[in-house]
Design a binder for this molecule. Structure first.
Ligand SMILES: [Zn+2]
Ligand SMILES: [Zn+2]
Length: 222
């Protein structure tokens, strides 16, 4: 039985969250202030992230768990703002970009059509993330940061989550050159003796995953 996929597990510690915040603030050259305000918004001039009040969110069924999600989402935008030069050079950022809108709810298509970018996010961990690649990034960031269950997510979303994990790791380790993003792998050993690396394209909690051994063609169930 292989170990679960390593993505995400590295960043659950609070100290990494604080380091990520510190590195992002350093890049922005200003502090990020999390304040309670009338609604969730991101002000790029002052880097104020306003969340709340709770009573307003409760009306829409948003509990404190989802308030955190919104907060992490806005922080995700701050991270991309701070490290935009890295993102712009990272070809891998295309994991958030697609060219189809066929899956969008009908009433949403007009709004999407008004966005000048023709590159829509094909997949996202949430419906909202489909609006724009940077929203897909912010949603994926929030889900990784909040350690939300990903067990029902398709492979393309898992790839986004793993990418977020990779970005966070680069930042907290203070890497100036991020290198190439590759999907994390786990070692798998077949009964024939072959050991091979398997890309973690499924949820870290997935079990019952069928894989063909590249050497003997046996099907392994992980
Ligand atoms: Zn957003
Ligand atoms: Zn084998």
């Amino acid at each position: 039985m292989p170990k679960p996929c390593p993505y995400r597990s590295r960043i659950q510690k609070a100290k990494h969250g604080r380091k990520l915040l510190a590195e992002t603030e350093k890049r922005l050259g200003t502090r990020i202030r999390f304040v309670r305000g009338a609604e969730s918004e991101f002000d790029p001039n002052e880097y104020i992230i306003r969340i709340g009040p709770q009573s307003k969110f409760r009306k829409y069924g948003i509990d404190s768990h989802w308030t955190n999600h919104l907060l992490f989402h806005e922080f995700g935008h701050a991270v991309i703002e701070a490290f935009r030069d890295q993102f712009d050079h990272a070809a891998e950022r295309k994991v958030f970009v697609g060219r189809t809108s066929s899956h969008y709810p009908e009433g949403f298509l007009d709004r999407l059509a008004s966005i000048d970018s023709k590159t829509y996010s094909r997949k996202s961990v949430t419906w909202y993330g489909k609006l724009h690649p940077e929203e897909a990034w912010a949603e994926a960031f929030s889900f990784v940061f909040g350690n939300v269950d990903d067990s029902a997510e398709p492979e393309e979303v898992i790839q986004q989550l793993a990418y977020v994990d990779w970005v966070i790791e680069n930042i907290v380790r203070g890497k100036t050159r991020w290198g190439r993003f590759e999907m994390p792998t786990i070692p798998v050993e077949c009964e024939c003796g072959e050991v091979f690396d398997l890309e973690c394209r499924k949820s870290s909690d997935t079990r019952g995953w069928e894989v063909d051994c590249p050497d003997c063609d046996d099907t392994l169930i992980l």
